[in-house]
Design a protein around this ligand. Structure first.
Ligand code: ATP
Ligand code: ZN
Length: 296
């Protein structure tokens, strides 16, 4: 494939748990993606960038080699890569809040488990040998780590290993295989990564444009614009209740001396309980509206 040097290249997972979220993030950042899901690449119509749809495991390699300037990948995959590489060549530029899961060591439900010491001398099957090895080394525990590329949870039943270490979100898969999680090796979420290589001025500039848009998307995700009216005596209490807000804007209401409109951007979720508290503090006509775009 010919790589167009004037465009950014962004690697995202082709199909899997991260793909829809990754596309959604780029769409929210205003990138219009042309091709269908089954292509290997897609052109962004309205921003000088091309997307590459690849296996998540290949994303760190692409980004560290500089084939792609950016990528969206699970921290679990990224850290496993970094531990196995002489020089990672990748930096995390944003934590994305999706793809949350934990890499956990699990034992057969029937087995007794008394802390990490129990792992000494055992065999642990995993797709993340470097992360498991680090976990064991940090605790001074010697054990065999067996690398498997899939179906890790079958290992105990097949007699391949006594323990497994795998990604868990609800624990249902472990349970269905007669296993229970006993240790957490890593808590993970999807991250936006950037190559540490020098990409030249043009791409660096495109990269920072992309990043500031993505920062804006992430900042607006939970943010709300909140408006209400209140008497002067309530302003202090109301300001203290507003969740994650900078200094609110307070403007006098025309024709109602001593009454004000309070406007604020809340960087955290606004719950019904919060509205009740605001009302109790003297606010009325409370409005909460979503924020579509924000540039910080
Ligand atoms: P690929 O074909 O791209 O190699 P995969 O089968 O390795 O796909 P997925 O199962 O789609 O990968 O998971 C991708 C990422 O989603 C994981 O690396 C992890 O960061 C995240 N993830 C979130 N929840 C879970 C979960 N319950 N199990 C596995 N991965 C999860
Ligand atoms: Zn994978």
């Amino acid at each position: 494939m010919l790589v167009d040097e004037s465009r950014l290249h962004i690697a995202i997972q082709k199909s899997g748990r991260l793909s829809d979220y990754s596309r959604g993030l780029l769409k929210d950042a205003g990138l219009r993606i042309q091709n269908g899901k089954n292509d290997l690449t897609a052109r962004v119509e309205n921003f000088p960038a091309d997307l590459m749809f690849v296996r998540d495991d290949d994303i760190p390699t692409f980004v560290s080699d500089g084939v792609c300037e950016f990528g969206v990948v699970g921290e679990n995959v990224l850290q496993e890569f970094a531990l196995g590489a002489a020089e990672a060549g990748i930096e995390i530029v944003a934590r994305l809040g999706f793809g949350r899961c934990s890499l956990r060591i699990a034992a057969p439900e029937t087995a007794e488990y008394r802390g990490p010491e129990t792992l000494r001398g055992s065999r642990i099957a995993t797709s993340y040998p470097c992360l498991v090895r680090r976990f064991l080394d940090e605790r001074g525990i010697e054990a065999d780590v067996v690398k498997m590329n899939g179906a890790v949870e079958l290992a105990p039943r097949l007699g391949i290993a006594g323990f497994v270490c795998d990604l868990v979100s609800t624990g249902a898969t472990l349970e269905a295989n007669g296993l229970r999680a006993v240790e957490t090796v890593l808590d993970s979420e999807a991250v936006l990564v950037r190559t540490a290589r020098d990409v030249g001025d043009r791409k660096a500039e495109l990269g920072s444009r992309l990043l500031s848009r993505i920062d804006g998307v992430l900042a607006t995700r939970d943010s709300k614009y909140i408006m209400m009216n209140a008497g002067e005596e309530s302003l202090e209490r109301i300001s203290a209740i507003l969740p994650g807000a900078e200094a609110p804007t307070i403007v006098p209401l025309h024709g109602r001396p001593g009454h004000f409109a309070v406007h604020a951007v809340c960087q955290e979720s606004v719950f019904w309980e919060t509205l009740q508290k605001l009302k109790d503090a003297g606010a009325s006509a409370i409005l909460v509206v979503p924020i579509e775009k924000m540039m910080l």
